[in-house]
Design a binder for this molecule. Structure first.
Ligand code: MTE
Length: 323
């Protein structure tokens, strides 16, 4: 189980949320990097803040399940409590170290089993679909959740344009790995670049979002600017940030977390309150912003509450085996 630590309600001990070898590698990295980080920290503190707040309006989505009545998490919480290991391991690191990430020019290469492979500049990509507002519940595997108003369009719109061939059974997402911009790459906690993947039918599901913004604004860097994937019925780590490549493949692709700890993080990683993480229960969650330490936890819902929309994708599958 996760236990709150003494550094405020939104910090967990690393040892409580990560596998032991990963935790040990991380301690070594922190020790090695401590000296080097002291100086850059003060220098970076003087960097100008990221150009947040550029408007990116969407229109109300008509996709079933794309809106929720749940109260949205505050922008302040959603942009200061992040997992983006390329920028460090603490929840506050991405907000601090992703500020200087250059998100333009940016392009996303689409390759593999498609009839129309190619490289899309970010401005080209933005125009491939009509921007929609989608308010998704997001559940992190660590046991907390948020409600985020995203702006983007269904990934299926891009997929249709590139015309997958019959050999395209899975989609792999590769995210940026740039040592000059990402101090977290010094850590061997994961293999870089961060890679994630979906089965093609999951990637084609209308709820799977290619997100360019949130809260009516372009994505803040710490949330995965300039473009990320959002899969609301899966644990948050399936939603890769700052993606640079989308690869259509025949075999189930490697993913960073299942490589780091195969017994803890499966390829599917559907939110499932009946399948516990080996080291903690997944039956309930703490909604960030809801009353701190003493707030009652919420029960976690099957497929994060999107069962009506996505349950069919897994008909007949043993979800304990395919976790
Ligand atoms: N994408 C990359 N490239 N690197 C990461 O470390 N962390 C994942 C996911 N995408 C991660 C990533 C995890 S564990 C979570 S919970 C979500 O991003 C967090 O997204 P948020 O900060 O926008 O809430």
């Amino acid at each position: 189980m996760l236990l709150p630590k003494d550094r405020g309600h939104h910090h967990w001990a690393v040892s409580e949320i990560t596998p032991q070898p990963v935790y040990q590698a991380r301690r070594r990295w922190i020790a090695a990097a401590a000296g080097a980080w002291l100086v850059p920290r003060t220098v970076r503190a003087a960097d100008p803040p990221a150009p947040m707040g550029a408007p990116l309006p969407g229109t109300r989505s008509a996709v079933p399940g794309a809106l929720t009545m749940d109260k949205s998490t505050s922008l302040a919480d959603a942009t200061s409590y992040n997992n983006f290991y390329e920028f460090g391991l603490d929840k506050s690191d991405p907000a601090e170290y992703a500020r200087a990430l250059k998100t333009r020019p940016w392009s996303v290469a689409v390759e593999g089993a498609v009839r129309r492979p190619g490289t899309f500049g970010i401005d080209e990509l933005l125009k491939l679909g009509a921007m929609e507002d989608r308010v998704y519940r997001m559940r992190c595997v660590e046991g907390w959740s948020m409600v985020i108003p995203w702006v983007g369009f269904s990934l299926s719109q891009l997929i249709r344009k590139v015309e997958p061939t019959g050999n395209a059974k899975y989609v792999q997402f590769v995210t940026l790995a740039d040592r000059t911009q990402m101090p977290g790459l010094r850590s061997s906690v994961l293999e870089w670049p961060y890679v994630e993947g979906l089965r093609l039918d999951e990637a084609m599901h209308p709820l799977t979002l290619l997100a360019f913004g949130m809260y009516g604004q372009v994505l803040p860097n710490q949330n995965g600017a300039p473009v990320r994937v959002v899969v609301p019925w899966k644990y948050g780590f399936k939603s890769g940030k700052s993606i640079v490549k989308i690869r259509f493949v025949e075999q189930q692709p490697t993913t960073s977390w299942s490589l780091a700890a195969p017994h803890e993080y499966g390829f599917y990683s559907n939110v499932n309150p009946t399948v516990d993480h080996p080291r903690w229960s997944q039956a309930s969650e703490r909604r960030i912003g809801e009353g701190g330490l003493f707030a009652k936890k919420r029960p976690t819902l099957m497929f994060n509450g999107y069962e009506a929309q996505v349950g069919q994708l897994y008909a007949g599958m043993d979800l304990k085996r395919w976790f």
